[in-house]
Design a protein around this ligand. Structure first.
Ligand code: S3P
Length: 433
């Protein structure tokens, strides 16, 4: 059953939140340790619908994954050449990362794998992985002329010595190719049009995979030995922290401390964008956790001005762009987001869903082919909005509701369980009425 949540203007936003584990890193820590040989403890893993999909899928390859007594997860990696052919259809739920990264593994192992997902995932493009993985030697069939899930992969022979330029600047596609590349007979090179998140290179590298990286060219040499399992402590997710970073920046009376936030350079575009807009974001206690840079963020109310966001900033803030549009609605002047056509193929078409939601709140906004044009500085009125089952949009609606005049209802509010199951409790904690 779909639930709705109603909220209204919060007089103050105050307090401290330790954001849940990074989703991208949680998927990778689970998958790569399943491929590696040996036992690994994962601490700080995100427990959500998306990561549960990954765990359920990995178990179908015969991987033993258990809950440990201290709340961490234990993985008994089988080794990349000992994964079983999956014994059932791999249901990736809502998770594009699960489907695309697992496809790279399925291309490498002997046997047949069938990957499917929910209504949203079954409408998302898979030709972006079908084409390069086919080029590398896998046999793949997918619905709609090899472009939509379900996807069926017969893997087992990956031909290296190839350079591949993905059709989109996408960390999921890059990762799928690199994972297949682990099984190749020679090195493979991925040439990215724009730099995307580099968690795959970092984590596989720490497990023994050999990369040589020159700018946007990433070359992987197939490992001579099995990858070694590695204990991982997953830092907090900046894409999850994003809702509070933006809510505090646009609220007239806010000061929030966000603990343990991953600030990897390939992910931290939102901080740069808000600072360009005049945001007040301080980083404290900088440190490394699980090989990733992490800090505590102190975010205070600020007077924002509009900004143009495009080019290399886009992949560095891809999941946060709907929230940038909300910040733009409160800012003085105009905010233009361009080069972001990738938003059209996320969990929803986030250009049109963000346009619709912010219009419902009374924001003056235009939809562009590759982004959004927001006219800031106008009043935000409470609205009844629907998340379209997209977790990031449910949170966008909630953040808008915290600053809007009047009441806001977020329909399909439980979609937050995809990435942030405790979102609504955390919101209550920081709202002082
Ligand atoms: C992700 C990469 C991004 C991002 C997604 C997670 C990942 O997708 O939007 O939420 O974990 O690699 P694309 O690779 O499609 O840009």
């Amino acid at each position: 059953m779909k639930i709705s949540r109603t909220l209204s203007f919060a007089n103050k936003l105050r307090g401290e939140i330790t954001v849940p584990g990074d989703k991208s890193l949680s998927h990778r820590a689970l998958m790569f340790n399943s491929l590696a040989k040996g036992k690994a403890h994962i601490k700080g893993l995100l427990h959500s619908d998306d990561t549960n999909s990954t765990i359920d899928c990995l178990k179908k390859f015969g991987v033993d994954i258990q809950n440990d007594s201290d709340g961490s997860i234990l993985i008994f990696g089988k080794g990349m050449h000992s994964l079983n052919e999956p014994n059932d259809v791999l249901d990736c739920g809502n998770s594009g990362t699960t489907m695309r990264l697992l496809s790279g593994i399925c291309a490498g192992i002997n046997g047949i794998s069938i990957l499917t997902g929910d209504d949203s995932l079954r409408s998302r493009p898979m030709d972006r992985i079908v084409d390069p993985l086919t080029f590398l030697g896998a046999q793949i069939f997918a619905r709609n002329n090899n472009s939509l899930p379900p996807v069926m992969i017969k893997g087992g022979k990956i031909i290296g010595g190839q350079r591949i330029t993905p059709s989109a600047a996408s960390a999921q596609v890059k990762s799928a190719i690199l994972l297949a590349g682990l099984y190749a007979d020679e090195e493979i090179t991925v040439v990215e049009s724009k730099t995307t998140r580099d968690h795959t290179e970092k984590l596989l590298g720490a497990m023994g995979a050999k990369f040589s990286i020159h700018g946007n060219e990433i070359t992987l040499s197939p490992p001579q030995n099995e990858l070694s399992a590695i204990d991982v402590t997953v830092p907090g997710d900046i894409s999850t922290a994003a809702v509070w970073i933006v809510a505090a920046s646009i609220h007239p009376d806010a000061e929030l401390t966000l603990r343990n936030v991953g600030i990897n350079q390939t992910r931290s575009g939102l901080i740069d964008i808000l600072r360009l807009m005049g945001g007040d974001i301080k980083l404290e206690n900088n440190r490394y956790i699980g090989g990733e840079p992490v800090a505590d963020l102190i975010v205070r109310s600020a007077s924002l001005t509009g900004v143009n966001v495009s080019g290399e900033l886009i992949p560095r803030a891809i999941d946060e762009l709907p929230l940038v549009a909300l910040a733009g609605a409160v800012a003085e002047g105009e905010t233009v987001i361009q080069d972001a056509q990738e938003l059209r193929v996320k969990e929803s078409d986030r250009i049109s869903t963000t346009f619709k939601i912010l219009s419902d709140f009374g924001v003056k906004i235009e939809e562009l082919d590759d982004g959004l044009h927001v006219y800031g500085g106008n009043p935000i009125n409470g609205a009844i909005m629907n998340s379209s089952g997209d977790h990031r949009l449910a949170m966008l609606g909630a953040a808008a509701g915290l600053i809007a005049d009047g009441e806001t209802t977020v329909e399909d509010a439980d979609s937050v369980t995809v990435s942030y199951p405790t979102f609504w409790e955390d919101m209550e904690k920081i709202c002082q009425l």
